[in-house]
Write a protein that binds this ligand. Sequence first.
Ligand code: HEC
Length: 200
Amino acid sequence: MNNDTKDKLLDHDADGIREFDNNLPRWWLYGFYFTIAMSVIYMYYYHVHTGSDWNVLWYGPRGSEQEYTAEVNQAAADLAHAPKGPSVTMTLLTDEASLEEGEEIFNGDANLCYTCHRTDLGGEVGPNLTDEFWLHGCSLEQIIASIKKGYPEKGMMEYGSGAKLDDLKLLQVASYIVSMRGTNPSSPKPVEEGRDVQCQ
Ligand code: HEC
């Protein structure tokens, strides 16, 4: 635009308000171009690019995907360290008192283990828990995992009946099962098909 129109009022009239058609000030224009350039970079950076470090210097080391993952990991770590009452080390218990507690839980009406596995653990609806063959593994960790999640599609709810056990009770009942290994109950349930993970 040339200077002919500088500070000349346009014909245009809006309720008595008239206007010039002057050139935009340079500083304003460059600011405007800058926002356009930024919008392109922004769009690319947040909506297209997900990888890392093409622009570390300018924006920091992470793409949005890494930022997300890092935040999720951080949250998981925070959660893991959140106080949750007295913690129990999940190592096998062998003392008499703990095993008795475990036996009581196993044969109690809160968790109902005995109704499917029998009080001698010989198996009925559920498998025999005393022999060397397992469906899901015989280690303490695997037994704990079996009890925690149950096998609902086979009739075993989580924690047997759905009544949650705290870590100590879980450990006691799992330790009790381990302690019953090799006890040879009479007329055990025959080994089911697929129960062939051999326990060392
Ligand atoms: C309603 C019946 C039922 C109840 C109650 C039940 N179970 Fe089970 N349980 C089963 C069945 C059925 C399976 C086999 C799951 C499969 O076939 O995958 C099983 C599997 C298991 C296994 C894995 C065995 C293996 O061979 O890997 C363990 C350990 C176990 N139960 C422990 C328990 C304990 C402890 C309780 C009580 C807290 C309990 N169960 C309550 C029916 C039951």
